[in-house]
Design a binder for this molecule. Structure first.
Ligand code: SF4
Ligand code: ZN
Ligand code: ZN
Length: 324
C-alpha cells in the first residue's frame, strides 16, 4: 500500500476515509485535521489558554502534543489518583507525563495529588464512601470533574480540553441511545459552552478513531502509558466499544457515520434544540462555591471529613511543574 501523497510506503490505511499515508504525511494530516475540528466547532482560539486533562495515556498526551505543535497555549492538568492495581498505574502514568513535560520546554503541568491534598487515594475514598460500592469509578469521576473545574477556574483557563476520541464518543452515544437518555443526548457535543463559573469543555479528537490517535502517539514518538486503569475492566463503555468494533469490521466507517450523523442531526435538523432541562435551582457550595443542586455542601465537599475541609486554602494549591 502506497501513500496517497508521495507514493512512498504507507504506514496506515484508513478504510473509512479511503486514505493511506506514510509516516510523514500521516503526522501532518493528523495535526491539520485537529486544527480543522477546532475551527469547525469553534472550540478555542490562540488567544485563549487551554488546560488539557492528561492521564498519561495516548489520547491525552497526543492531544497536548498536537496543540503545542499548532501553537496553542496549552498546559496540562493531572490528578494523581493513587491507583496501584498491581502495575503501579498512577506512579507509571505520572512518570510518562513528567517525561513529556521535560521534553516540552515552557509548558506547565498542574498536579493535584489526591492523597497528599485530601488525605486519601481514590480507592480509599471509594472504600469509605457510600458512592463507591467497591468500584472507585463514580468517586473518581466526581473528583476529576470537580478538580478540573476548580483548577481551570483558579488558574484562569477558560478552556478545558480532554482527549476523548471517536470510539469514546460513539460508545457514549450508543449507551445514551440504548437508554434514551434525552438529557445526555441533548448535551453530547464536541463543545460544551462555559457557564456557571465553569470553563468551556472541548474534545478536539472526537472525530479520530482510537487507532488513529494511537498511531499518532506511536509515530510522533510519545512515550505513553499502554495499560488502562485496572478498574476500567468490565466497564459498560468497553462492552459497547467492542460491539461497535464488530460493526466497524463488517462495515468500515460505520462508527464515524453513527457519530457524524448524530452531530448533523443536531446542527442541521435541530435535533434536541428545543429540549429544556428540568429547571433545578442551583446554589453555590458553601465551601468551594461550585454550583450544586442542594443548599449546603456540594457532592465533592461532602466526601471529606471536617479536618480536611478546614485546611487552609494554601493546602489546595496544585504543584506546578515547568517543562524544559
Ligand atoms: Fe477512574 Fe477511569 Fe480508573 Fe474508574 S476506570 S477508577 S473512572 S480512571
Ligand atoms: Zn507520504
Ligand atoms: Zn463544594
Amino acid at each position: 500500500m502506497k501513500c496517497r501523497k508521495c507514493r512512498e510506503k504507507a504506514v496506515i490505511n484508513m478504510r473509512q476515509h479511503k486514505l493511506a499515508l506514510c509516516k510523514e504525511h500521516y503526522l501532518e494530516w493528523f495535526v491539520e485535521q485537529t486544527e480543522r475540528f477546532i475551527k469547525k466547532y469553534k472550540m478555542f482560539t490562540r488567544d485563549e489558554r487551554v488546560l488539557v486533562a492528561v492521564s498519561g495515556g495516548k489520547d491525552s498526551l497526543a492531544l497536548w502534543d498536537v496543540l503545542l505543535k499548532l501553537g496553542y497555549q496549552a498546559d496540562g492538568f493531572y490528578l494523581r489518583l493513587g491507583i496501584d492495581g498491581g502495575i503501579q498505574y498512577s506512579d507509571e502514568s505520572y512518570e510518562k507525563i513528567k517525561k513529556f513535560v521535560a521534553e516540552h520546554p515552557g509548558t506547565q503541568l498542574h498536579v493535584v495529588d489526591a492523597k497528599e491534598m485530601y488525605g486519601e487515594s481514590i480507592p480509599e475514598v471509594a472504600q469509605r464512601s457510600r458512592r463507591g460500592r467497591g468500584k472507585p469509578c463514580s468517586v473518581c469521576g466526581l473528583i476529576k470533574r470537580h478538580e478540573m473545574n476548580r483548577i481551570a477556574h483558579d488558574l484562569g483557563y477558560p478552556v478545558l480540553a480532554t482527549g476523548h476520541n471517536l470510539d469514546d464518543e460513539a460508545a457514549v452515544l450508543f449507551s445514551n441511545t440504548l437508554h434514551w437518555q434525552v438529557g445526555y443526548l441533548a448535551r453530547q457535543y464536541p463543545v460544551l459552552p462555559e457557564g456557571d463559573g465553569f470553563a468551556r469543555k472541548v474534545k478536539p479528537f472526537c472525530r479520530f478513531y482510537e487507532r488513529e490517535t494511537a498511531a499518532y502517539a506511536l509515530l510522533a514518538g510519545i512515550d505513553y502509558m499502554y495499560e488502562e486503569c485496572p478498574y476500567s475492566e468490565g466497564a459498560n463503555t468497553i462492552y459497547y466499544k467492542e460491539l461497535l468494533n464488530k460493526l466497524e469490521a463488517e462495515r468500515p466507517g460505520a462508527k464515524l457515520h453513527f457519530y457524524l450523523s448524530f452531530l448533523r442531526a443536531k446542527d442541521k435538523d435541530g435535533l434536541f434544540a428545543n429540549w429544556e432541562e428540568e429547571k433545578v435551582e442551583l446554589h453555590a457550595c458553601e465551601r468551594c462555591g461550585q454550583p450544586t443542586s442542594a443548599p449546603g455542601l456540594c457532592a465533592f465537599c461532602r466526601l471529606w471529613p471536617e479536618e480536611v475541609l478546614n485546611k487552609p486554602q494554601e493546602a489546595f494549591v496544585p504543584l506546578t511543574l515547568v517543562g524544559g
